[in-house]
Design a protein around this ligand. Sequence first.
Ligand code: G3H
Ligand code: 13P
Ligand code: ZN
Length: 315
Amino acid sequence: MIVTTKQLFQTAYGKYAIGAYNINNLEQTMGLFRGNLDSQAPFIIQISSGARKYTHKLMLEGLIRSADEIFPEAIFAVHLDHGDEQTCYDCIESGFYSSVMIDASHEEFDKNIEITRRVVEAAHARGIVVEAELGKLGGVEEHVKVDEADAKLTNPDQAKEFVERTGVDSLACAIGTSHGAFKFSGSQGLHFDVLEEIQKRLPGFPLVMHGSSSVPQEEVARINAAGGNLKGARGVDENEFARAATLGVTKVNIDTDGRLVWTRVHREFFRDTPEKFDLRDPGKIFMAEYAKFIAHKNEKLGSAGTLEDVRRLAK
Ligand code: G3H
Ligand code: 13P
Ligand code: ZN
């Protein structure tokens, strides 16, 4: 059952965070639904602009509609991840998405507000909620390249002004994370001090943490042992999700970790069985491993076991 992102946020705020997982293909979709049902968790499916272009934007919609029929107990929202203004309008008009993210974080403060405000007006007119971003994460995003040195944490006073002036429904804050597998070079971690200040100014308002993959070291070691080259990859400590949730983080974005599961499964499969060439063989292993991974993440996020509560409140 597709619900609004807002409904999920209202149930979760302050208690746990909802996992927001990107999909690109059918194996990820099947593993995602299974993993969330195995752990009895609501979830958010994220579709990036890159995913929309990978085959065809309608292909992912078709996969999600089918998964909804195959797994009627699942409760989830469908979200555009890191959209530009035009892509947001396309998703709003499609009637399929529960929420969109307008990412104008590379623009100056006032320009970011102006663009976000326009998207909020269009989205709210259709009952769709909007996430925006303030501050700059490190790493590389779909259409934004930000040097590590240029990464800027969200300014809490600006966060309050931004939310008031845009009418946005949730805010992605830069609190030290970055996208991809190489997040921290030294002993950096999450800036809980910044998060606390933001929550003080915006009590009850859902915050979003991008770049939240934990890049498990065991996974990296297995990939490297099977021919990969991901030396020095590091991520967020997943044991910190619970504290972030009490400080208003209601949505946690995870994509890279799923890609690592895919890479490990396929590298090991072809290393160990070089005579095989049926794509379904590693695909089956991946779907099962991805489901296990999702269930584990939901335990860490605190969303595991909340599905029945969400169902009761959604009625
Ligand atoms: O934040 C970006 C997400 O990991 C999506 O990645 O743009 O390569 O699909 P993508
Ligand atoms: P990761 O690269 O840490 O998985 O972050 C994903 C993300 O923020 C998607 O918007
Ligand atoms: Zn992101």
